[in-house]
Write a protein that binds this ligand. Structure first.
Ligand SMILES: Nc1ncnc2c1ncn2[C@@H]1O[C@H](COP(=O)(O)OP(=O)(O)O)[C@@H](O)[C@H]1O
Ligand SMILES: [Mg+2]
Length: 268
């Protein structure tokens, strides 16, 4: 028998002086069968997932593999056929509709595949909405909404309605709306799929900053392999379950820290 594994980088990552990380989200034995149509469709089957506070997880998988279904279950927008979803220690099944809404507003941010902005409201009003729902007063909500729009590069488009914005701008408003409450965990469904590379990169940098500053967890469905590889884990959804594709050690990205000093990335 050899104990050479103790010298391996993997052994160092799980070293005993690291604190037990806080579990943000957990699914146990999750299954989803759609039975509305003529035939039953089993999409998820015995899926398990744990995401810790501050973790950034990419979910990849073929079209139709169930990625959107999974995000909807994680956010309590739909209910599983079997299994449990826990968010910040709360079992979603034990909450009623109102409580689930409050839990979402308090803990989660969503960026859907399609932006779902309210057409009759301005960009700024759309971004302020989750804050107002949470009870923030109008002046504070407006200030924070404007600051977040600035951060996604839309400070000059605050008074525009969604129909007066480009597709990429609408998606950036949707991202600002998801992040404005500084949620503990953000669920994103192909958030930058329709954006040009430059804007997509800016959104990725913004996510990395929030992750570092606020310890926000991100669960991102993406087809962007380069971006996925900058996250903490890449999981592939296949045959109704998640499989680990890549767990790059101790990385932070994309290129936020290294720019000034050329320092190599290091662990905390
Ligand atoms: N409401 C629904 N009723 C019936 N089948 C559905 C429903 N939503 C999704 N599906 C089916 O479930 C499968 C997974 O869908 P989805 O989660 O959207 O996949 P992905 O996001 O990975 O492309 C697909 O085969 C899709 O047709
Ligand atoms: Mg999808």
């Amino acid at each position: 028998m050899s104990d050479s594994h103790l010298d391996s980088p993997t052994a160092q990552i799980v070293s005993p002086f690291m604190q037990e990380p806080e579990l943000m989200l957990e699914c146990i034995n999750l299954s989803k069968v759609y039975s509305e149509g003529p035939a039953e469709v089993q999409v998820l089957e015995g899926l398990d997932l744990r995401v810790y506070a501050g973790e950034r997880v990419a979910i990849v998988g073929a079209s139709g593999s169930g990625k959107t279904t999974l995000l909807n279950l994680l956010g309590g927008l739909d209910l599983p056929s079997e299994g449990t979803v826990m968010i910040a220690g709360m079992n979603l099944a034990s909450l009623n509709e109102t409580q689930r809404g409050q839990m979402r507003n308090r803990n989660l941010g969503f960026v859907y595949q399609f932006h779902h902005l309210l057409g009759e409201f301005t960009a700024l009003e759309n971004v302020c909405m989750p804050l107002l729902i949470a009870g923030t007063d109008v002046p504070s909500a407006t200030r924070r909404g404007a600051a977040m729009l600035d951060r996604v590069g839309l400070g000059h488009r605050m008074q525009h309605k969604p129909s007066e914005l480009s597709g990429g701008e609408r998606q950036r408003v949707a991202i600002a709306r998801a992040l404005v409450t500084e949620p503990r965990c953000v669920l994103l469904d192909e958030p930058t799929g329709n954006l040009d590379r430059h804007t997509a990169h800016e959104i990725h940098v913004l996510m990395a900053e929030l992750n570092e500053q606020l310890d926000t967890s991100f669960i991102v469905v993406t087809h962007d392999e380069e971006f996925a590889s900058t996250l903490d884990r890449v999981l592939q959804l296949r045959n109704g379950k998640l499989e680990l594709v890549e767990a790059p050690a101790q990385k932070r990205g994309p290129d936020t820290a290294s720019a000034e000093q050329g320092e190599p990335p290091h662990g905390d």
